[in-house]
Design a protein around this ligand. Sequence first.
Ligand code: COA
Length: 140
Amino acid sequence: MDFTIHQVTWHDAEPLLREVREAVFMREQGVSAELEWDGLDENAQHVLAVSDTGQAIGCGRILPNSHIGRIAVLPAWRGKKVGTALLQALLAYAQSRHFPEVDLDAQVQALPFYRNLGFAEEGEVFLDAGIPHRKMRLKL
Ligand SMILES: CC(C)(COP(=O)(O)OP(=O)(O)OC[C@H]1O[C@@H](n2cnc3c(N)ncnc32)[C@H](O)[C@@H]1OP(=O)(O)O)[C@@H](O)C(=O)NCCC(=O)NCCS
C-alpha cells in the first residue's frame, strides 16, 4: 500500500478533493454542506494523497493567510503516515512562500497528530461545526 502527495489547485482537482472531504467530514463526522463548502477553496493551495491504484485517499489545504485546514485521510488509510505526509507538503509550501508561521484549528482528538509535527496548542477548547477544537500554531 503506497501513495504519493500532489500539490494541486481547486480548479485541477475539485472532484477528488470533494470526494475525500464528503466521505470524512460530511458522512463520517456529520459536518453540513454549508459549513464544509465555505467559499475559501478557490483561493487555497491544496494537497492531495493518491494511492498507487489511483484512488484519492487524503487531502488538506492552506489559505493565503497561512491557516491550514481540511486535513482528512480515508479510514482505511489512517495510521500509515498519509496525514503526516500531507501536513509536511503544506509546511513545505508555506516555507516556499516565506510564511513566518502557520496555524490551524485542531479537532481535540487529533491534537497528538499535530504535536508530532511541532505544533503547540494555545487558548481554550471551542466548538466548530459542533466538534471540540483547539487553536495550534507552528513557527517556521
Ligand atoms: C487526523 C488524521 C488526518 C491523521 O491522519 P493519519 O494518516 O492517520 O496520521 P499519521 O499516520 O500520519 O499519524 C501520525 C501520528 O499522529 C498520531 N495520530 C494520528 N491520528 C491520531 C488520532 N486520531 N488520535 C491520536 N493520535 C493520532 C499518531 O501518534 C501517529 O503516530 P504513530 O504512527 O507513531 O502512531 C486522520 O486520522 C483523519 O483524517 N481523521 C478524521 C478527520 C480529522 O479529524 N481531521 C483533522 C481535522 S483537525
